[in-house]
Design a protein around this ligand. Structure first.
Ligand code: ZN
Length: 253
């Protein structure tokens, strides 16, 4: 599978944004503030409890997307710790708002922890172990993994090795119409079991206790974009963009 040049990827991706929101231009690989995919999320109802952000990164990670979202992942409903479900739980990751079909790239070398699985509002999630930490790449396109119609990433399954910058998923359009990478991080990859803990209540993070605030990791990774992901191919990207835009109409998968 041949890669494509960064400028070709940027053009295709910008074309997809323009097709979704005619009249809006993109620049510098960043998406405009007011595309349909950028609908603002509700502001926090619960204050951030002051979860400390473990200072990881330091340039060793690459950003999980080939572009930097124009909306900050540190503000509003997008930030770690923002309220969800009227304060019943807290947002356990950072939301990176990008159009459907945007490739998701591994932030480092690692391996897939479990097969991709159903996550939220018609989207899937993928868990990858990267040198001691676990990243849950959430709100990605299910049809990239398990559809007879579109099987873009058959190699992404339990125990598969991934390399830094490799395309490991594509952004889904959720049943509510929004699209983003929900980026979630855990500090102890030696622990077994699921990452979600629904027994936690009272406005807590419904997550395993080694949940991390991924903000610092993302901040440092921004210096290294996976501009030319190794396994990204123009046909795959076009398929992901096309199908990504249509999935919200197909809540049955
Ligand atoms: Zn999220």
């Amino acid at each position: 599978m041949e890669g494509i040049a960064a400028n070709e990827l940027t053009k295709m991706w910008n074309d997809a944004v323009k097709a979704e929101s005619p009249g809006l231009a993109t620049s510098g690989g960043q998406i405009p503030q007011s595309t349909q995919a950028n609908k603002p999320l509700p502001e926090s109802l619960v204050p951030n409890p002051g979860y400390t952000s473990t200072p990881v990164g330091g340039g060793i990670y690459t950003f999980p997307l080939p572009v930097i979202p124009s909306q900050s992942y540190k503000e509003g409903g997008r930030r770690f710790g923002a309220g969800r479900d009227n304060g019943a739980r807290k947002h356990a990751g950072c939301d990176l708002i990008v159009p459907p079909g945007t490739p998701v790239c591994a932030i480092a070398n690692g391996y897939v922890r479990v097969d991709p699985y159903y996550f939220y509002n018609g989207s899937y999630a993928l868990e990858v172990v990267h040198d001691g930490i676990v990243v849950r790449y959430g709100e990605i396109l299910p049809m990239a993994f398990n559809s007879s119609k579109l099987d873009l990433l058959p190699e992404i399954k339990k125990d598969a090795k991934v390399i830094k910058g490799q395309v490991i998923g594509y952004i889904a359009k959720m049943t509510g119409g929004s699209s983003m990478l929900h980026f979630e991080c855990y500090s102890n990859s030696a622990l077994n079991g699921g990452l979600t803990d629904k027994s936690k209540s009272g406005g807590a993070y419904k997550r395993r206790s080694d949940l991390m605030d991924p903000t610092n990791l993302l901040d440092s990774a921004k210096a290294s974009l996976p501009a030319n992901p190794g396994n990204l191919d123009a046909t795959r990207l076009q398929n992901a963009i096309t199908v990504g835009h249509s999935t919200s109409k197909k809540a049955g998968y």
